[in-house]
Design a protein around this ligand. Sequence first.
Ligand code: HEC
Length: 458
Amino acid sequence: MKLRLLLGLALVALLALAVPRAKSNPRPKTPDPKPLVYSPRPANTLTFTKDVAPILFANCASCHRTGEVAPFTLTSYADAAKRAKTIASVVEKRVMPPWKAAPGPAYVDECRLTDDQIGLIKQWTAEGAKEGNPADLPALPKFPDGWRNGEPDLVIEMPEPYTVPAEGRDIYRNFVIPTGFKEDKWLSAVEIHPGNRRVVHHVLVHLDVSGKASELDAKDPGPGYRTGGGVGFPSAGQIGGWAPGNVARRSPDGIGVNVPKNSDIVIQVHYNLNGKAETDRTKIGLYFAKGPVDKRARLFPLASRISIPAGDDNYRVTSSMPVPSDVTLRSVMPHMHLLGREMKVFATLPDGTELPLVHVPEWDFNWQMGYAFKEPVKLPRGSKVTLEARYDNSADNPRNPNSPPKPVRWGEQTTDEMCLAYLNFTVDSESLTQGKTVPSVTDYLRKAGEARRKKQEK
Ligand code: HEC
């Protein structure tokens, strides 16, 4: 029963990952940062070109450059000097770079400043943010231009441009693109290029095999069709997503995402209106798996039931699932809305050893990031994966959308809440090339539930 509920929640969640970005970004009070471990450099010797630029170029410029997600560039002395104090403050609070996971297992593209780097930026700022010798300035890193994963095998785009009005409520719009694939295909990456970063807030890519999406499209005037957050059809799987800071990565050889023949690809774009009519035409690069695919990349949303009383500043939930077969976990992506304050996901091995998977001590709704492990995590059958989350539904939480606070439950609107962690994994015993398949996560769970019931009956 509980299992079925969990699964229900999970499916709702899968359809509803897109969440609006808060218009402003007030930050809840955080505990004072730990004192930095930093040995000050000799007074007045630090310069931008020699000491600070290498840190900013390596850790900030990927987003703070022309055409990227950040609102200003940090690629020159003038850029940095102008806001030295703000920079020192956000790096010390670890608001920037926006890497939200506490140190744990090593992650791909981990982006976190060391205490020494933060101390150095603070000292440089306090001493007047000097430029130094321009000859010392390092070259900017070479940033990939265009497609990060190289030229895609197939580029699909919204059938026509879509214009969002200047004002009104946020818009979730779904655009249907028939694949016309005559046979099943395997993808190793889905790279999303928002057509207009000024208004595109989130993009999700779903598969439809029911034909329902194109029916909805036909009924709605204008390009695509509108929904309140879900996609409006039973998704046959989410195959990609984009949010600021997220980069599509190719899955390793032999692992892929299945796209059934004749399916439709549905691009859901969440638009934030910005006071000006804007036009968007988002594009998607599909990369087909090279060579035979042996294992299916699977996504499981580990969710918890929530019902957050009004005014509760420390509402906590825990949810666990047994691992019914040997699996290899590749990434985890926590998801909550505005009241979420902290999430921890860990595994417990059959011998009782605890393996941290991800801990986001200061949840920030604006940065919905996935954390991919450098070394995939092996979880033998009989392990358990646990999620723990904490919410603040008090009037003191500046992100609380309700004033006065109201009871908040699970739902698709930003002002509702969610509690889940997407687990991305493969099943070790699966070998498609040898004809050994493991049907689906649903069957997986059913099996786990049955096993548990049998045990209880004994
Ligand atoms: C993954 C992309 C990304 C990276 C990496 C990044 N930033 Fe940002 N930064 C943003 C975005 C987007 C905003 C605006 C939204 C926000 O404040 O969250 C921002 C805002 C800021 C602000 C304004 C904050 C405020 O409260 O006014 C500063 C200062 C800043 N970044 C400095 C840095 C520095 C310094 C680094 C590197 C140490 C860095 N950022 C790395 C994306 C990034």
